[in-house]
Design a protein around this ligand. Structure first.
Ligand SMILES: NC(=O)c1ccc[n+]([C@@H]2O[C@H](COP(=O)([O-])OP(=O)(O)OC[C@H]3O[C@@H](n4cnc5c(N)ncnc54)[C@H](O)[C@@H]3O)[C@@H](O)[C@H]2O)c1
Length: 254
């Protein structure tokens, strides 16, 4: 039997980027545990398929398609999600993210703006909206941000991505200080090297270089994030505020 500390049954959640990859895995973990989850993604067709698959399994999944790079659309996305969730929001995971690779001297500024808009601005805007709901409900809420190994490291040819993932962990700390005493937990998960579409553009020699450095001996998968997400979404983590948790097979400590 699962300890009641980890019970998230009936919680209302929003996960951005849910059509695939890590966001999908995190949303799936919450659905399997009995949550009602709105998945948000710009890939409408894929999102609808994923949601249909979950509903067939009897899960309470809903899709809201939209572009998180567009501030006006974020307003619409959030309002629609809250309509579906009947005004109650327990867990927000603003996980959608993109990566663009160029040498710094050639990095197109349009790509810079896009990465910042999605990986950092959408995170703060969604959190600000979520806080207005969560602070007004006696049960408070849980916010789980998504960093990366480049929250610590520099990476290579990903200056915008690295800047946003460093910023997300600092944002987590700043928000946690202001919200910890108000029944809101804000923490950050930093996945290591995970097998998703995002990393499919890495060449084999760079992939091998990363694999050798992972003490667990393998890349992570969306499945590997389910446990940490359930912990941070449940009352088991009520005294965690502003932490940055690597989920990386030991990459960071080697
Ligand atoms: N894969 C990794 O190794 C890794 C490691 C550390 C952190 N992360 C982070 O995890 C998160 C998910 O990454 P992933 O590997 O699953 O990536 P992914 O590319 O597989 O999935 C990202 C999802 O976000 C959606 N998305 C992108 N732009 C959007 C927009 N403007 N509006 C709405 N949705 C949009 C995409 O359609 C896609 O479904 C990201 O924040 C990423 O930075 C990934």
């Amino acid at each position: 039997m699962v300890s009641s500390k980890f019970d998230v049954t009936g919680k209302h959640c929003i996960v951005t980027g849910g059509a695939q990859g890590l966001s999908r895995g995190m949303a799936e973990g919450l659905l399997e545990a009995g949550c009602k989850v709105v998945l948000v993604d710009v890939q409408e067709e894929k999102l609808n398929q994923v949601v249909a698959e979950y509903r067939e399994k009897g899960y309470e999944a809903y899709g809201v398609a939209g572009n998180l790079a567009d501030r006006n659309d974020i307003d619409r996305i959030f309002n629609k999600s809250m309509e579906i969730l009947e005004g109650k929001l327990d867990v927000l995971i603003p996980a959608a993210g993109i990566q663009r690779r160029h040498l710094p001297e050639e990095f197109p500024l349009a790509d810079w703006d896009l990465v910042i808009n999605i990986n950092l601005n959408h995170v703060f805007i969604m959190i600000q909206k979520a806080l207005k709901v969560m602070l007004a409900q006696p049960s408070g809420g849980k916010i789980i941000n998504i960093g990366s190994m480049v929250t610590w490291f520099g990476g290579t040819t990903v200056p915008a991505y690295t800047a946003t993932k460093g910023a997300v962990s600092q944002l987590t700390k700043s928000l946690a200080v202001d919200c910890a005493g108000r029944n809101i937990n804000i923490n950050c998960i930093c996945p290591g090297y995970m097998d998703t579409e995002m990393c499919s553009n890495m060449d084999q020699s760079r992939r091998d270089e990363c694999t050798v450095r992972i003490p667990a001996g393998r890349w992570g998968t969306p499945e590997d994030l389910k446990g940490p997400v359930l912990f941070l979404a449940s009352s088991a983590s009520d005294y965690l505020n502003g932490t940055t948790i690597p989920v990386d097979g030991g990459y960071l400590v080697k």
